[in-house]
Design a protein around this ligand. Structure first.
Ligand code: GLN
Length: 537
């Protein structure tokens, strides 16, 4: 058996307890001790990936370097651990079944009856272990999506049961549960935790460590009780109290010795203390800002907490570098127009127009961009946000009346944004966009070159449409300059506006690459510009 240790994170009682944050915190602590770690999410739904899910269903879709459209928890993994994830780090029931059925059609099972056990569970185990072959990892953390007891996650839990048996000491199961506080009784209650461990036991899995999400501190008595009823030692009952910020959780878990418990159980060296100095510095900056900037986020999913997750987190990272708190105020683009734009956006220190798909709310985005351009408010357009900036400039500065993207108007007289050639032949949805990291070359005499301090960058993409090069000269001579290009495919990746303090549109998604250890330079610079604007306004 390989030396790689496997950590499984399951959840009980309710969803949304923060398995992703616990998994990410474990990763952070282990990385801070010098171990190599990767995290994987197993999602029990039948979609192949969340790429085709709308944000109402599943929040943001996170894109990896290698172009996988994945669960937003992978964003947390990267932001906490600073280790990039890949296609192999997110596995859904859909992927597992698709693979098994394809093999069956190709005759690989030699006439056997193909069943959930062992064929589906073997495929799940294969995909968990696959990561070990990809890199020389000390730990693979696998988060099982859903809540124990869900019908759809049963094959995943069964795979964990089998792997525990195979891996022995090389494996540890961390179970996250809720210990609710009943105000009427004035007590924390352990029964839901007992029941959820019992449910796990019915599937043959005994958790090694129980992490208790709670709003009040666990007493020693309560820890003993959970230990007694759930067959773990008291030191393996970990309190996870509600925190002010998700970024507090690694520190809280350190104080509770979650990392030590894992190391002891997997017989790994414990001598080296985790180096959390930079993390503490980041937290200190986060909690002691010397001012505030207010950024308007204009999009069409603004009522959804998780729809722009990575953008919000990037602002947190960038705020700490600038010593300010970034207050992100959201604006539904559908309700923005010429009559109300000044009233709604007038007091902002910066405006970000969000990525997106579909026509709803487009005109509101264009209105917001015109306002930011004319009032010289720092403006940042991401993907669709950049495309809208191009449309706005075409219509209002180049006299291209009716200019549009062919995504929204196929018959526009001025298709300033058009479908990429390589996209025209594609018919199916799901993994068919221009996805993942592509190189981009920056013009030396540009603001973005000063921001990145390098000429060649790579950024992650998720789009079908692009700047139409037929209009390039017109835009250039009118002051909207393409300053970042993908030379191989001749695509405009970044535009900048001459004579505006900070007006940048990017065809890619910088938010996917911002981490606590490496806040994204574009976000850092944008927040810096907003801070300056706030100082002058
Ligand atoms: N809908 C646009 C496109 O496909 C923008 C996509 C995005 O913002 N991610 O090109």
């Amino acid at each position: 058996m390989s030396k790689t240790k496997y950590i499984f994170v399951t959840g009980g009682v309710t969803s949304s307890l923060g398995k992703g944050i616990i998994s990410s915190s474990i990763a952070k602590l282990l990385v801070a001790r010098g171990f190599s770690v990767t995290i994987q999410k197993l999602d029990p739904y039948i979609n192949i990936d969340p790429g085709t899910l709308n944000p109402y269903e599943h929040g943001e879709c996170f894109v990896t370097e290698d172009g996988a459209e994945t669960d937003l928890d992978l964003g947390h993994y990267e932001r906490f651990s600073n280790v990039p994830t890949s296609q192999a780090n997110n596995v859904t029931t859909g992927v597992v079944y698709q693979s098994v059925i394809t093999k069956e059609r190709q005759g690989e099972y030699l006439g056997e009856t193909v069943q959930v056990i062992p064929h589906i569970t073997d495929e799940i185990k294969y995909r968990i272990k696959l990561l070990a072959n990809r890199g020389d990892y000390d730990f693979i953390i696998t988060e099982i999506g859903g809540t124990v007891g869900d019908i759809e996650s049963l094959p995943f839990i069964e795979a964990v049961r089998q792997l525990r048996w195979e891996l022995g000491r090389n494996c540890v199961v961390v179970h996250l549960t809720l210990v609710p506080y009943l105000a009427a009784a004035g007590e924390l209650k352990t029964k839901p935790t007992q029941h959820s461990v019992k449910t796990l036991l019915e599937s043959g899995v005994q958790p090694d460590i129980i992490v208790c999400r709670t709003e009040k501190h666990l007493t020693e008595g309560l820890r003993n009780k959970i230990a007694l009823f759930c067959n773990v030692s008291t030191s393996s009952v970990i309190e996870c109290i509600d925190a002010e910020s998700i970024y507090d959780v690694p520190i809280l878990m350190r104080k509770e010795n979650l990392d030590l418990e894992i190391l002891r159980k997997t017989k790994m060296p414990v001598e080296q203390e985790p180096d959390l100095a930079d993390w503490e510095k980041f937290l200190h900056a986060l909690k002691n800002p010397s001012g505030e900037v207010v950024i308007g986020l204009v999009g069409k999913y603004v009522e959804l907490k998780d729809a722009y997750k990575s953008i919000n987190e990037s602002f947190i990272h960038a705020g700490t570098v600038n010593g300010v708190k970034v207050r992100v105020q959201t604006f539904h683009s559908e309700f923005l127009d010429e009559s109300n734009v000044a009233g709604k956006l007038g007091a902002l220190h910066g405006i970000l127009v969000a990525p997106g798909f579909g026509e709803r709310g487009i005109e509101g985005k264009i209105t917001a961009i015109r306002f930011a351009r004319e009032k010289k408010i720092p403006f940042f357009g991401i993907c669709l946000g950049m495309q809208c900036a191009v449309i706005e400039y075409g219509r209002n500065m180049l006299g291209l009346t009716g200019a549009h993207s062919t995504e929204f108007n196929k018959l526009t007289p001025y298709p300033v944004i058009d479908m990429m050639e390589m996209q025209k032949k594609i018919s199916g949805l799901g993994g068919t966009m221009r996805l993942g990291a592509y190189p981009c070359k920056l013009k030396k005499e540009s603001q973005v070159f000063l921001i990145y301090q390098q000429e060649n960058i790579t950024e992650r993409h998720r789009h079908r449409f692009e700047f139409n090069n037929e209009f390039l000269e017109k835009y250039k001579s009118a002051g909207m300059i393409p300053v970042g290009l993908n030379e191989k495919d001749n695509l405009v990746e970044i535009i900048e506006l001459v004579g505006h303090p900070w007006f940048i549109g990017v065809q890619f998604h910088p938010e996917y690459k911002s981490t606590v250890a490496r806040p994204h330079p574009l976000f850092v610079s944008f927040v810096g510009a907003a801070k300056q604007y706030a100082g002058n306004s």
